[in-house]
Design a protein around this ligand. Sequence first.
Ligand code: ATP
Ligand code: MG
Length: 481
Amino acid sequence: MSREDARILVVEDNDTLRSGIALALRESWSDVDEIATGTAAVERLQDPDVEPYDVVLSDLRLPGADGIAVLEAARTRDERCSVVLMTAYGSIETAVGAMRRGAYDFVQKPLDLDQIELRVARAVDHRRLLGEVSELRAKAKAHEAGEKVVGDSPALRAAIDLARRVAPTRSTVLVTGETGTGKELIAGLVHSASLRSEGPLVKVNCAALPETLLESELFGHERGAFTGADHQRVGRFEEASGGTLFLDEVGDTSPATQAKLLRVLQEQEFHRLGGSKILRTDARIVTATNQDLEGRVADGSFREDLYFRLNVIRIHLTPLRERPEDLVALAHDFLRRFSRDARRSFRGFDEAALTRLRMHHWPGNVRELHNTIERAVLMADGPWLRAEDLSLFAVGAGVRSREWRPEFPAEGVSLREVERELVLEALCRTGYVQKSAAELLGVSRRKLNYMIQRMGITHSAWRRNRDPNHTADGSQAPDTA
Ligand SMILES: Nc1ncnc2c1ncn2[C@@H]1O[C@H](COP(=O)(O)OP(=O)(O)OP(=O)(O)O)[C@@H](O)[C@H]1O
Ligand SMILES: [Mg+2]
């Protein structure tokens, strides 16, 4: 008889019993491991280098960590894991409690090998079904959500892949990256591709509230907990049970709040402000920050132990300026979206506009691009979106960075083209005031004026002014005749 593919872990401290069970199970299943103590089992289940098990068959009473700890470790690693507990006669109550915590089944001692095989077979089937369901669901959801995530750069692909891979686990995820890079979007993907996607996704912005309000938001409060607390309030941790809690800007929490967060992450326990009842949550925690958390740990303003708890799975989003492929794809996507909303039709970006987009530093990343295109669609005449329509001088003013480096394409560049683009950029940023543009470029006004003429650059602001040499703002106008 050929053996079925399934990974099974048997945890039992009685050696004879354990090897007997394992021997029997090996007749039907391909991968059966044995372990004698709860502590070792928990360690193995938490080890990221060990492939997760499909079924864990564990004794409830074990030396070291007990069966409940094994159950939690298995389900934290992969919620689809089916855990079957073996209990002594008379501990049915505990077994029922364990089922409430997510155990799939239990068998009573004294053990009957046939019974065990039957229960394990059912557990394997159950795991397989859950796997299929979650795969289908994740595919559908990821398709939905994936459609919203635009871009195909290797950096973004890697982030999306990681998000999908960790989605079905309960591991805490930390999303990092500069402002506007899409951290919240990725956090949403972790939720929607998870088994909890039917459950709530609760978002809390930790930077938006002062300490007491944030704590009452997170943990809830009892009536009378503080002045003004005239009703009991359920906190976000409770609300997010069965789903995902997204803690945005977690780097901005106070030391006191950090201590409380640490406790929830460690014990999955907390109480409402002013309350003494211990509450539990099984919410999956995803956090985000654009702060340098490692630096904050080093200077003592962020707890190191909390940092380690949060930084289990790290998804980092690269700045937009380092993902030119995404930049172009996103720009087109936004242009399509906004022109549809504004009921206007554009053929696309002209060459100069694309160059302008590529040259900009994008300190506000995708959000800045989003806003830039939205504004351009409203302002532009069409049918092509031109460099002048992008008004990047206003958005990027003051952020022209010293570390700006043009990308040097392998096939080489035309120096004249680059020069022209830089002149255009400087003009664009200064609202076509040549005096300021010349300053930005580090050349004299006369030189810039000469270049503008040579390059045949014209602008309506200059044309409107008929004075051949001076515009209203005092900058020299090129001879456009
Ligand atoms: N790859 C992407 N595809 C489509 N839209 C994106 C992408 N990345 C970001 N966006 C959009 O850009 C905007 C900013 O993204 P988001 O709010 O997720 O950024 P953030 O990193 O959380 O920023 P902040 O640190 O300022 O909170 C949103 O409108 C989001 O939908
Ligand atoms: Mg955000």
